[in-house]
Design a protein around this ligand. Structure first.
Ligand code: UD1
Ligand code: CA
Length: 462
């Protein structure tokens, strides 16, 4: 990376309440792709620079700090009252090295979550400790935003806010995104000279641009065209809009990687999805947390998969819900299977419709094809669990384990009352209630013997 990486301080503004979100949650904690907006900004900043990150918070400060308490190298500055973007940056200055003439500060906003690291890197590349560099956007809809004022030579000489702009300035279509790289020592000096004599009575960070111009400090802009990269979120409509942008970007990455998406607009990645070759994903699949799909994996429609690894050539059929599982090769899950945390499905297993598993290891080639509950259990290879089988793992107070060997056949509608062990090659008669261990090779019949009463008279109406 560039040498300016070393002397770079990142300052992230996140003190605003976000009134228009109509929510008690601080704005920057609202999520895109299941990650707080501020988390996206922090992650992008970390890719650029390993130094400490300075965060300016105000509304909901404790809540925000708590959300990021596991993150290293964050320096928090509190802005009690939101007196403007310049005032916000002032709060971080004590933490910055303003003595060093080589120092630079990158200003980011906590509510602008989709700026690409590559864009920020390009901005840094065109900046230097002597220049003020900013990211600008040309837009047909500049209303409400700060306008970039250039002189007749095209040199930037000021930023004027919408509320302070004259008629002519309001026509300007190049706007300030807010993202800037500023020489740190100069920034300190300029901030100390800021006033709030403007339409909003705020300390505008943008006023430093005219100060820089007056000192003949070189000012340059990186003009970008993709508005979503610099779009801020002020309300739930904009949050939803950026969520769609984010998801389309994710879908594009998958398509580039060779994944077949039946409809790129109907897949949601809320975390990190790794994919092998020839993966196919049908519509309305949701991936949460860390999910890895091996080669040739097929995901059916309306499937939710969270924190799970799926090996090669396994298929997940419609409507299945999978959480914190490890699934082997050539397995088949669903339709409508519920795979809960701690499930391990070995190779060539089959978990069919309306089967629920939890904390269960299902050995190679074993099957539970219909309507069953398997919890706190360990199954060997080639086990067949009949329809309607229930593992009673819970006695109302404690959970107990069920152990099933290899080549076991459990007849339909059986209950296995844990703790219990079915040894290898055992056979459980349909409708059995099994509450004691079954030895190797045995048939267990755990039900009342059937009686037939001939000529049975049905009850008649009085
Ligand atoms: C600011 C810029 C404007 C630019 C626009 C881009 C100034 C004066 N104006 O507008 O030129 O086009 O961003 O969106 O800089 N914040 C604080 N403390 C404050 C004020 C703001 O932390 O006292 C934070 C907000 O939480 C937000 C960001 O700074 O993350 C921008 O604030 P916002 O009010 O949205 O921007 P404007 O000041 O309207
Ligand atoms: Ca605003």
């Amino acid at each position: 990376m560039t040498s300016n990486k070393i002397k770079l301080d990142v300052v992230i503004l996140a003190a605003g309440k976000g009134t228009r979100m109509n929510s008690s949650l601080p704005k920057v904690l609202h999520q895109i792709g299941a990650k707080p907006m501020l988390g996206h900004v922090i992650d992008a900043a970390r890719e650029l620079c390993t130094n400490k990150l300075h965060l300016i918070v105000g509304y909901g400060a404790e809540h925000i700090k708590q959300a990021f308490e596991s993150e290293a190298n964050l320096v928090w500055a509190i802005q009690e009252q939101q007196l403007g973007t310049g005032h916000a940056v002032m709060q971080a200055m004590p933490g910055l090295n303003t003595e060093d003439e080589q120092g630079q500060a990158l200003i980011l906003y906590g509510d602008v979550p989709l700026t690409k690291t590559s864009t920020l890197q390009e901005l840094l590349d065109q900046s230097s400790p002597q220049t003020l560099s900013m990211l600008t956007l040309i837009t047909d809809n500049p209303t409400g935003l700060g306008r970039i004022v250039r002189d007749e030579k095209g040199t930037i000489c000021a930023i004027v806010e919408e509320k302070d702009a004259n008629k002519e300035q309001k026509q300007i279509k190049e706007i300030n995104t807010g993202i800037m790289v500023i020489p740190a020592a100069k920034l300190n000096r300029w901030l100390n000279a800021l006033g709030n004599d403007n339409a909003q009575g705020e300390y505008y960070l943008t006023d430093i641009v005219a100060m820089a111009a007056a000192e003949n400090c070189e000012i340059n802009a990186k003009v970008i065209t993709d508005a979503s990269e610099v779009q801020g979120v002020n309300d739930k409509a904009q949050l939803a809009e950026l969520e769609r942008h984010y998801q389309m970007n994710k879908a594009d990455e998958l398509l580039q990687a060779g994944v077949t998406l039946r409809d790129p607009a109907r897949v949601d990645i809320r975390g990190d999805l790794q994919t092998g070759a020839d993966v196919e994903i049908d519509i309305n699949a949701i991936f949460e947390g860390e999910v890895s799909l091996g080669n040739g994996v097929k995901i059916g429609p309306n499937v939710v998969i969270k924190d799970t690894t799926i090996a090669d050539n396994t298929i997940i059929l419609a409507g299945s819900n999978i959480d914190s599982a490890v699934i082997g090769e050539r397995a088949s899950v669903g339709p409508y299977a519920r795979i809960r945390p701690g499930t391990v499905l070995k190779d060539e297993t089959k978990i069919g419709n309306f089967v629920e598993t939890k904390n269960a290891v299902i050995g190679k080639g074993s099957k539970a094809s219909h309507l069953a509950y398997i919890g706190d259990a360990e199954l060997g290879e080639n086990v067949n669990i009949g329809a309607g089988t229930i593992v009673c793992n819970y006695d109302g107070v404690n959970k107990h384990k069920t152990t099933i060997g290899n080549n076991v056949f459990v007849g339909s509608n059986s209950v296995l009352v844990a703790p219990v062990t079915l040894a290898d090659n055992t056979f459980i008669a349909a409708g059995s209630a099994i509450n004691s261990d079954v030895p190797d090779g045995s048939l267990a019949v755990g039900r009342a013997r059937q009686r037939n009463i001939p000529g049975w008279k049905r009850p008649s109406k009085n």
